[in-house]
Design a protein around this ligand. Structure first.
Ligand code: PLP
Length: 415
């Protein structure tokens, strides 16, 4: 049976070129990058080469890149690191305020919730409060809502660049304009409270321009395994001057911001993966988008199917990642659909990989106003660079039959 992989938002296969670049760092080039001798210097140089590639892609200085164990750690370091640094700088402000959106990845949401619940400031009071901004029916955050939410004690805004479940791209530059204006107002008012802007670009890295200067962000998280690199490695770009305390202590690695012997082969893999993104991003996006558009058009011909995420598929509008198709197939269970597709050799997902297995409907879909019942029938199809039109055609042949069969068996026939 053919095996078709349509779950690239969960993870991607490691590119052959990436694997080749990593290979020597498992065997002959094994020095500890902190060692003074030639073995150490060789791996240190490899790390610095990778740092330059990542910095070039993000248009920042190499010194502004910190390697981490992936997107989750980058998000944690960004949020906790900034929150704790500013908490220490401003002991007189009772509560510090963080703004995020209701559709963030749990790496962001749970970190902020944890700060709200578990971090006590001077006198034992809770040290943080947060606003979880709503999104519209397409999963978009409104810059006006960010503007309204900013208060005197707001220190951090964390809004993802593109969503992992529905592919909606957020208006990061417009949100930056709002934040810049708020910062100018603080200057005029002689306020010294910092206001930092973070974006989780884990899903965006492979497809969107991630120039931090154009985006106007102070912090940006990436992860290698979403861009044909290895799992367990990522990076955080930290603009010079951003207040940030390390969250992992130990040795003085990564400019004292992330202790622990570096994952050399992983970092080399991330560097190579980023180099390939820099080279191939635009052409690959065009090719994948063509397949994705065909897939969306034909899946929507099945009765009682809704597209989730942004319906504007035009490349110019840039409102949806080019590889992302996501739907709610009414009156059936997403999990049964996945199992049936898997039996036909097709790997997709329902909601995000991190939340599948839980019976709770996706927090992203419910935030977009989709009923819990419809959200149960969610299907996420995320294409990758090696998918072909033949694979899409096979999927389009198989899916309607599965939907028909499951609907016949389903006790739910109407809303
Ligand atoms: N942020 C987003 C938007 C993601 O999609 C993911 C992974 O699914 C992460 C963060 C976490 O990244 P990692 O798996 O590298 O920890």
């Amino acid at each position: 049976m053919k095996k078709i992989y349509f779950d690239h938002a969960a993870t991607t296969p490691v590119d052959k070129e990436v694997l080749k670049a990593m290979d020597p760092y498992f065997s002959e080039k094994y020095g500890n990058p902190s060692s003074i001798h030639t073995f150490g210097q060789e791996t240190k140089t490899a790390i610095e080469d990778a740092r330059e590639k990542v910095a070039e892609f993000l248009n920042c200085n190499p010194e502004e890149i910190i390697f981490t164990s992936g997107g989750t750690e980058s998000d944690n370091l960004a949020i906790r690191g900034v929150a704790l640094a500013i908490r220490h700088q401003t002991p007189d402000i009772e509560k510090l305020h963080i703004i995020t959106s209701a559709i963030e990845h749990h790496a962001v949401l749970h970190t902020i919730e944890d700060l709200e619940k578990n971090f006590s400031a001077k006198g034992g009071q809770v040290g943080f409060e947060a606003t979880y901004l709503p999104v519209d029916q397409y999963g978009m955050v409104s810059p006006e809502d960010v503007e309204k939410a900013i208060k005197e004690n707001t220190i951090l805004v964390s809004i993802m660049y593109a969503n992992n479940e529905v592919g909606t791209i957020q208006p990061i530059s417009e949100i930056n304009n709002i934040i810049r204006e708020a910062k100018s107002q603080r200057l005029i008012a002689n306020s010294e409270t910092p206001l930092v802007f973070h974006t989780d670009a884990v899903q965006a890295t492979g497809y969107l321009d991630c120039d931090v200067k154009k985006l106007g962000v102070d912090l940006l998280s990436i992860s290698a395994h979403k861009i044909y690199g290895p799992k367990g490695v990522g990076a955080l770009c930290i603009k010079k001057g951003t207040p940030l305390l390390p969250i992992q202590t130990g040795g003085g690695h990564e400019r004292k911001r992330r202790a622990g012997t570096e994952n050399v082969s992983g970092i080399v893999g991330l560097g190579k993966a980023i180099e390939l993104v820099t080279k191939n991003r635009v052409q690959e996006s065009i090719k994948i988008k063509k397949l994705r558009d065909k897939l969306i058009k034909e899946v929507l011909e099945i009765p009682d199917v809704i597209l989730t995420g942004h319906p504007d598929l035009s490349a110019q509008a840039g409102k949806r990642l080019p590889n992302s198709a996501s739907f709610c197939i009414k009156f059936i269970e997403g999990e049964s659909m996945l199992i049936n597709l898997d039996m036909k050799g097709i790997a997709c997902s329902t909601g995000s990989a991190c939340t599948s297995g839980s019976l709770e409907p996706s927090h992203v879909l419910t935030a977009m106003g989709i009923s819990p019942q419809d959200a149960q029938g969610s299907l996420r199809v995320t294409l990758g660079k090696d998918n072909t039109e033949k694979e899409v055609d096979y999927f389009l042949k198989v899916l309607p039959k599965i939907v028909e069969k499951l609907r016949e068996m389903s006790p739910i026939k109407e809303n």
